[in-house]
Design a protein around this ligand. Sequence first.
Ligand SMILES: Nc1ncnc2c1ncn2[C@@H]1O[C@H](COP(=O)(O)OP(=O)(O)O)[C@@H](O)[C@H]1O
Ligand SMILES: [Mg+2]
Length: 279
Amino acid sequence: MELLHRGKIREVYADGDDVILVASDAVSVYDVILPTPIPGKGKILTQFSAWWFDQLADVAPNHVISVTDVPAEWSGRAIRCQRLGMLPVECIARGYLAGLGPDSYRATGSISGVQLPPGLAEGSRLPEPIFTPSTKATIGHDEFMTAAVAGQLGQETAAELERITLEVYRRGAELAAERGVIIADTKLEFGRPIGGGPLVLADELLTSDSSRFWAAEDWQPGRPQRYLDKQFVRDWSSTLTDWDRTPPGPPIPANIVEATQARYAEVYERITGSRWRED
Ligand SMILES: Nc1ncnc2c1ncn2[C@@H]1O[C@H](COP(=O)(O)OP(=O)(O)O)[C@@H](O)[C@H]1O
Ligand SMILES: [Mg+2]
């Protein structure tokens, strides 16, 4: 099969009109791939993503064709998908103040140009979920990015991206909340069929690579939360005084690998209600 794209975490192969997305066990922090894999990560996030696409299938068309009809060597870690022309936008929905949000909020009272009420703390729930897309051109700038997206893709597409992104977030966050997990924010990607057509939800969905997950029972605004995602690896890496966040990344110690594995499994099990077992 033809390799179309080698991403940081996943490879994309063409198979006729389909693509096969294959997830590795690699983990990246600050966009740098670390040399130590997290065993089982590719499988668990693939299965988690597939589960979400199934749960939220009525919200918007999605790219999944089959989780089982994939080459045997990639079994469990690959999804057969409709091949799409991807839109150059990261569609981010935020329900809580997290990540780079608190810094921006303290400085300007807003995130990505979306004005927020005063009095919020790190980890606070926002009055309502907001859409803060970023395009390749606007990454890192604090401007009203919805306008930039509309400028690039047209008003109609921008509005549709916002509507679907917020609906996916609301539905996903509601379901996760019933199971003791807060989804603080998430990133979606969309494409259109080659040759044109309606928007299709693509890439991965509500995984620990694309989302911030917090344990609901420990949630308390005003301090960092107990997270169930790769923030654990980020925090460990930020204690390293001799790494400047450029490649090559540092090897991950065994105890951090184990703790990270445990978090991926915990969030999968809590939300899906199934035990994680790797065959
Ligand atoms: N249905 C699809 N058709 C074509 N490309 C896709 C589809 N779904 C996701 N992609 C692309 O596959 C890649 C997934 O690999 P990833 O490791 O996330 O790469 P990146 O480092 O570019 O984010 C992304 O570039 C994503 O845009
Ligand atoms: Mg990606």
